[in-house]
Design a protein around this ligand. Structure first.
Ligand code: FE2
Length: 212
């Protein structure tokens, strides 16, 4: 008898889910991040070829709204921890690593992919290459399975990562990344009125008060 996804996650330590993100949401996210990339002002940290962001509102919202689905797929009760978006370009690699405690249950979702770029999961001596098309996701025990991607030969690959910890588990103190209740907390917030604008507002007020 075929295993359920929750049984697979328990036994095999990961489960790949086709179409984890539904088509409209996938289109929305791809389009949204393209706009963000084009924009000159954004909260994304840029390093020239790639971008990444954590605590970004849209990615956080996916993390919160996907929670019940991930609970169903894993059979666990979960707390969200953090979200992360990264655009990879030609020549980028994802070095062999395991994840931190906040990624006890890690979900990696492909949003845009100009070319295939397998995610290699190491389980003991076994290496499993996962091909994830846009919309597909892999849910895995991030602290256990070493994972990597070899040098990317294609043009672009956009990944959305949402992470969780098990309620009542060893890492539950990482819930909401130790920031209490769900919160939108960009790491490099460049939004909001700048000093120039605030000076302009103060000038207008001053002139108005003087003329009264
Ligand atoms: Fe990772």
């Amino acid at each position: 008898m075929e295993l359920t996804n929750a049984e697979k996650f328990e036994k095999e330590r990961f489960v790949a889910v086709k179409g984890l993100i539904e088509p409209y949401l996938l289109t929305f996210l791809g389009s949204y991040y393209r706009q963000i990339l084009k924009g000159r002002q954004s909260q994304f940290n840029r390093d020239g070829t790639s971008l990444n962001a954590s605590g970004e509102a849209c990615a956080d919202t996916v993390m919160y709204t996907l929670r019940s689905r991930i609970e169903a797929e894993t059979g666990l009760d979960l707390y969200p921890t953090f979200s992360f978006v990264r655009l990879y370009k030609k020549g980028d690699v994802l070095r062999k690593h395991i994840d931190q405690a906040a990624s006890e249950v890690n979900v990696s979702i492909t949003i845009l992919a100009s070319d295939p770029w397998p995610l290699a999961m190491h389980r003991g001596d076994e290496v499993i290459n996962l091909e994830l098309d846009p919309g597909d996701g892999v849910i895995f025990h991030g602290m256990e399975l070493v994972h990597e991607r070899e040098k990317f030969a294609g043009r672009e690959h956009l990944q959305l990562i949402v992470a969780y910890v098990e309620k009542g588990g060893a890492n539950q103190e990482m819930a909401f990344y130790r920031m209490g209740e769900p919160t939108y907390a960009p790491t490099s917030n460049k939004w909001g009125p700048g000093k120039k604008f605030m000076r302009y507002v103060a000038d207008v007020r001053e002139k108005r008060d003087a003329s009264n």
